[in-house]
Design a protein around this ligand. Structure first.
Ligand code: PMP
Ligand code: GLU
Length: 405
């Protein structure tokens, strides 16, 4: 046995069983190809291509000068928790006090915390698919069982209340969804979420993990609706959000939950043993973001809407691609299964993983295979890039697939 294989055996089973994040793995490969001198267009990571608004950066600089250099309270600074409670009231019609808020190191961390805090081995977590790649792995780490409920392409990739009802069992503990969705950009309307909420009202032991990280990147007239604003469900909905997407702050690593106090206390206890309070300077920046104007956020959303139109329009011209129109977030998620089984003469494209790898190695466009998102017929293309790069990337994809027979 090779030394590496032997070392891998020493790793804990939970790590050997864990999949690598496909979004981050593709991004790493794209970086490596770019470092070798290839002209890579990287559309694999979901990350705003804008800079953090200046007023937020100023708040961070001031925090350094003002001496916020020590440990922060585990659940976050009181003024940040207050700013988040105010934001939830203002934007989401959710009435939580600062004591219901826990600040963490990104929304990813918040989601992982809640799953650790609520899920016992064998508990079922219903995940609306297509879903963000990390959900199922977070459930695996908690020894829970992911139960995937698939939103049909024909229904804009959205799960219906009837589908949810049919999937619930006595072991269901948590229902998890994102709206706007990563990878599909689907936005659940208020009416759809109320119907889903009506099913959940009947099942008192089920908790809802509502991932609202793309809240502000919503192109619908109706806008965003939060399940946590339904009074009968308020105590059972954990609302997760952060600064990464709406304020172009992916690297700052601030996320939060708003939840019933006993859940918030559970997360604080976990954090107290694992990470402590998150970065003090980033917390001060996030406080400015939540208390400040949304002008920059709205401008960025306008750009994402324009790019959505550009990319969807161009993708629709590619023979065989089935393309939905995302209502939010910054991804296109075409069904490319028409090309499965076809070959460029050397390589046969068997599935979405082959498709994404082939595209990266032949056209130097990095995307992510749909398989990790629970949608093996699709690939995900981030539209958070300059219009010219997007247009060139789709042209490269079009030229590449034209060689497949
Ligand atoms: N949820 C979804 C659906 C996401 O796409 C992401 C991607 N970053 C996150 C959560 C995590 O966000 P953060 O960067 O705040 O950890
Ligand atoms: N959420 C982004 C994505 O889906 C960031 C990468 C990650 O954390 O997975 O690409």
């Amino acid at each position: 046995m090779s030394a590496v294989a032997e070392q891998t055996q020493v790793l804990a089973d939970r790590i050997n069983a864990l999949e690598e994040s496909s979004t981050l793995a593709m991004t790493k490969m794209a970086r490596e190809l770019a470092a070798q001198g290839h002209k890579v267009i990287s559309l694999s990571v979901g990350e705003p291509d804008f800079k953090t608004p200046a007023f937020i950066c100023e708040a961070a600089k001031k925090a350094i000068d003002d001496g916020f250099h020590g440990y922060s309270p585990v659940a976050g600074y009181p003024d940040l928790r207050k700013a988040i409670a105010d934001k939830l009231k203002r934007d989401n019609n959710i009435d939580w006090k600062p004591e219901n808020i826990v600040v963490s190191t990104g929304a990813k961390h918040s989601l992982a915390n809640v799953i650790q805090v609520l899920v016992n081995p064998g508990d079922e977590v219903l995940i609306f698919a297509p879903y963000w790649v990390s959900y199922s792995e977070m459930v695996k780490l908690a020894e829970g069982k992911s139960v995937i409920v698939e939103g049909a392409f024909e229904n804009g990739f959205k799960v219906t209340a009837a589908q949810l009802e049919a999937a619930i069992t006595p072991r269901t503990k948590v229902v998890m969804y994102a709206s706007p969705n990563n990878p599909t950009g689907a936005v659940y309307s208020e009416a759809e979420l109320r119907e889903i909420g009506a099913v959940l009202e009947k099942h008192e032991g089920i908790y809802v993990l509502a991932d609202e990280i793309y809240e502000y990147i919503n192109f619908t007239e109706e806008g965003h609706f939060s399940m946590g604003s339904i009074p009968a469900l308020k105590d059972r909905v954990i609302t997760v959000n952060g600064v990464a997407k709406g304020f172009a702050m992916t690297g700052w690593r601030i996320g939060f939950i708003g939840a019933a106090k006993w859940i918030a206390d559970g997360v604080e206890k976990l954090q107290g043993q694992v990470t402590s309070g998150t970065n003090s300077i980033a917390q001060k920046a996030a406080t400015a973001a939540f208390n400040g104007p949304l002008d920059a956020t709205k401008e960025m959303t306008k750009a994402y809407a324009r790019r959505r139109d550009l990319v969807v329009g161009l993708l629709k011209e590619i023979p065989g691609f089935k393309v939905n129109v995302p209502d939010g977030a910054f991804y296109a998620f075409p069904d490319v299964s028409y090309y499965f089984g076809k070959s460029d003469g050397t390589n046969v494209i068997k599935d979405s993983d082959d498709f994404a790898n082939w595209l990266l190695n032949n056209s130097y466009v990095s995307t992510v295979a749909g398989s990790g998102f629970g949608a093996p017929n699709c690939i995900r293309i981030s539209t958070a890039a300059a219009d010219e790069s997007l247009a060139e990337a789709v042209q490269r994809i079009k030229d590449a697939v034209a060689t497949l027979k």
